[in-house]
Design a protein around this ligand. Sequence first.
Ligand SMILES: Cc1cc2nc3c(=O)[nH]c(=O)nc-3n(C[C@H](O)[C@H](O)[C@H](O)COP(=O)(O)OP(=O)(O)OC[C@H]3O[C@@H](n4cnc5c(N)ncnc54)[C@H](O)[C@@H]3O)c2cc1C
Length: 399
Amino acid sequence: MGFEPSEEIRGTLKRIRQFVDEELIPLEPTLLQEGFLATLPALEEKRAKVKELGLWAPFLPQEHGGMGMSLMDFAYVSEVLGRSPIGHYAFHCQAPDVGNMELLLHAGTDAQKARYLDPLVRGETRSCFAMTEPMHAGSNPVWMSTTAVKDGDDYVINGRKWFTTAADGAAFTIVMAVTDPDASTHARASQILVPLDTPGYTNVRNISVMGHAGGGWASHSEVTFEDVRVPQTNRLGPEGAGFLLAQARLGPGRIHHCMRWMGICERAFELMCARAAQREIAPEKPLGTRQIVQAWIAESRAEIDAARLMVLQAAERMDAGGAGAAKTEISLIKFFGAGVLQRVLDRALQVHGALGMTDDTPLALWYREERAARLYDGPDEVHKISVAKRILRSYEGRQ
Ligand SMILES: Cc1cc2nc3c(=O)[nH]c(=O)nc-3n(C[C@H](O)[C@H](O)[C@H](O)COP(=O)(O)OP(=O)(O)OC[C@H]3O[C@@H](n4cnc5c(N)ncnc54)[C@H](O)[C@@H]3O)c2cc1C
């Protein structure tokens, strides 16, 4: 098993890497000290530059203004962009917009595409995805209280969602709501487009996450829908297809996230090695002369390489056969990759000592924010259970 980007994508990766290093990493001190909103004006200038360079929205088909990359090629790009916390945003392939754009491309009607997708693709609007509810276990995605009841030509939506990433300032959400409580478990809910200026919608709060409520794209909101009325033509796909669409959205989304994590790992690894080589614990005795630090470096290298190969294998399988063909690989990389990310960040932070706890490096931000990698898009345990069940099935009936 070996993965090498094509000659063509290698050139693009070099340009993207240069942009990340020269244009985005210099914005990080503002991001880390003052937050996302303070960085936004400069970041918008960088986004304009990315567009001019023809590197905008790499995953989108060319006819929609993107670069038309395969999932595999985009995986390589995602890794390079992951080196900076603002990489994906600058290149307009940030979650949750990336998933919503894919969803609209896949299931949107022409009218939905014209109203919601086109401005989103151009970067004029942002969006969010409201599925998880505070009163229900998000790891059981078919269980929810939010309802969308037909009334004339409309749906009337009622419910409460939370951890709706990037709701603050978004133009619309895709909300998961029960449209037929009597249908079979996986056919009860539908996905419905809701403009966020619709009466009855409220952004209750940006949830404080490990001490940071964030703002704009870099935030997670609790939101309510009280008699929110939208036309039935705002439904994405057939009635009852909400769960299937959510699964389709999550397949490539997990690959994007996992390769982004590999980019974070690489940057953390570089920071760790540089610090180990330079920080002297006694005159002419750098930290890297200690065997325990050497072990952390070797273990991190092995784990990153292993996780990266696993993600690329999953991407290759998914490009060839769709999300269904790569179910096991996707679950494996989701929990394995998140674990590697957490361990590498922890070691890098430890090597930096007190400096690791400061916002003078991106390590503390990642350590804080990426803990969620083991929760979102399916907690570790759910993926482990699903892999093990599939493996055990092949042993059933054997003597
Ligand atoms: C930073 C962040 C961003 C998010 N963004 C969004 C978003 O944009 N839109 C959205 O809709 N949601 C979002 N979420 C919500 C996310 O999808 C849920 O947190 C996730 O699905 C888990 O649901 P839960 O938090 O309700 O945990 P629960 O379902 O209550 O699970 C709690 C814990 O129980 C364990 N567990 C769960 N099921 C099993 C099982 N079968 N067997 C054994 N153990 C189990 C796991 O350890 C799990 O962590 C986000 C969450 C975070 C943290």
